[in-house]
Ligand binder design. Structure first.
Ligand SMILES: Cc1cc2nc3c(=O)[nH]c(=O)nc-3n(C[C@H](O)[C@H](O)[C@H](O)COP(=O)(O)OP(=O)(O)OC[C@H]3O[C@@H](n4cnc5c(N)ncnc54)[C@H](O)[C@@H]3O)c2cc1C
Length: 388
């Protein structure tokens, strides 16, 4: 019986687990996840306006376990590819524990790491961000209670997870403050370390919408220092804030680099062959893999299907699941008038073409917001086995 060990029970990890549970009969599939629940990303920003609720985007692993996939709750701290073992601490199996495998798939996503920002160790708690399950609620509370000030939103250098989320944060904040009748008492400043808001394909629409909403955009500027009431940028500007919504630079968990599997992202052979450049039996999927694409849910899932296909191939099976790197995405653009009914922009990216084909509908629509919800719920149902 082949032992497939998957680190990370998120989009990519469960993408691999579900496909192999279906196609590779008789395999022992184990998923190790840090928490006993999963918190979906895409509609998290809508928690701010109250258009999304926590209970609709959190899932447990009950149904995954019922499918015959073994789920271990634990924190992976070490991978030893030469000895085919993974160390799990603070685990539901007791701690620490070593797990062995025939195939290892690393899908732990990313960590938000502000350690290179001066003052972050002291003032990290001042930061609120839609990226973090807990701190999004703090941001919500502040946007709904404070009567004047400056909101600073920050996007670090690419690659980071979910390219448009900083823009979504700025636009949803605008919507709430407008709704509350205090928008004119606030400055909203989006500082971006990149030359355009991300993804670049929709930056022109974002720029127009920001102008309408009075959102100030500073590009090519990294936050290098934070104090208790200001940020300092690589251009030497000191920008005061009362609310800080800063996405810290992203990186994968350290055990990837410590195992010599990449620096910092996992080195894959190609987007279609997600095996490590040195080890046939170690693969990666999702945000932790070094892929020439944006880090988002669609790419994470698609890479998981390529990883599953490679394991099927190595096991001598002829069946493959259909998959390609192409997707439709939506960006929440808030509501200029302050109605708590977010409009969205739809875009498509097709990485099977060279150069990649990118399209968008510049007309914002409420329907796109609803479509994004259906899309997210469909993924959660497919991977976690139930819909709410
Ligand atoms: C606010 C926000 C908005 C987003 N918006 C969009 C969007 O609009 N569209 C879109 O396509 N994508 C969006 N995304 C991105 C999308 O959610 C991610 O790209 C996707 O979830 C990546 O999948 P993954 O499996 O690599 O990581 P995840 O889904 O994050 O899963 C990783 C799992 O690994 C676990 N893990 C981590 N470290 C360890 C460890 N050491 N030991 C054990 N387990 C571990 C984690 O607990 C987690 O459950 C958004 C994300 C966020 C946060």
């Amino acid at each position: 019986m082949k032992r497939i060990l998957i680190v990370g029970g998120g989009i990519a990890g469960l993408g691999v687990a579900n496909t192999l549970a279906e196609k590779l009969k008789g395999a022992e599939i184990t998923v190790v996840n840090k928490e006993a629940f999963y918190f979906a990303g895409p509609s998290r920003p809508l928690l701010l306006t109250g258009e999304q609720q926590y209970e609709r985007i959190i899932r447990g692993y009950e149904e995954v376990g019922n499918k015959g996939i073994r789920v271990v709750i634990g924190n992976v701290t070490k991978v030893d590819p030469d000895n085919r073992s993974v160390t799990v601490t603070e685990s539901s199996m007791g701690s620490p524990k070593m797990l062995n495998y025939d195939y290892l798939v690393l899908a732990p996503g990313v960590v938000y790491d502000g350690s290179k920002i001066v003052g972050y160790d002291k003032y990290w708690y001042k930061n609120t961000t839609v990226y973090d399950p807990g701190r999004v609620n703090v941001l919500k509370k502040r946007l709904w209670s404070e009567s004047s000030g400056t909101l600073v939103v920050y996007a670090p250098k690419f690659p980071y997870r979910c390219a448009p989320a900083p823009t979504e944060t700025a636009m949803l904040a605008h919507t709430i403050l407008k709704h509350r009748g205090v928008r004119d008492k606030f400055r909203i400043i989006h500082i971006d370390a990149n030359d355009k808001t991300q993804p670049p394909a929709i930056a022109d629409v974002v720029s127009q919408v920001y102008q309408q909403a009075g959102i100030e955009l500073i590009t090519n500027s990294e936050i290098t220092e934070i104090t208790d009431n200001s940020v300092i940028t690589s251009k030497g500007e000191k920008i005061p804030y009362t609310i800080l919504a800063m996405l810290e630079p992203n990186r994968p968990p350290k055990f990837i680099e410590e195992a010599g599997l990449g620096s910092p992202y996992f080195d894959v052979r190609s987007p279609q062959d997600l095996r490590h450049t040195k080890y046939d039996d170690v693969l990666a999927a999702g945000d932790a893999a070094k892929l020439p694409f944006p880090k988002n849910q669609e790419i994470a899932f698609e890479s998981s299907q390529f990883a599953a296909n490679k394991i099927l191939e190595m096991e001598g099976l002829s069946e493959r699941v259909p998959v390609q790197y192409a997707f439709v995405g939506w960006t929440y653009m808030g509501n200029q008038e302050g109605k708590l009914e977010t409009l969205s922009l739809q875009f498509q990216m097709d990485f099977t073409k060279q150069p990649p084909a990118v399209n968008k509908d510049p007309k914002l629509s409420r329907d796109y917001t609803l479509q994004k919800d259906r899309w997210e719920q469909a993924y959660l149902e497919r991977l976690f086995g139930y819909r709410i």
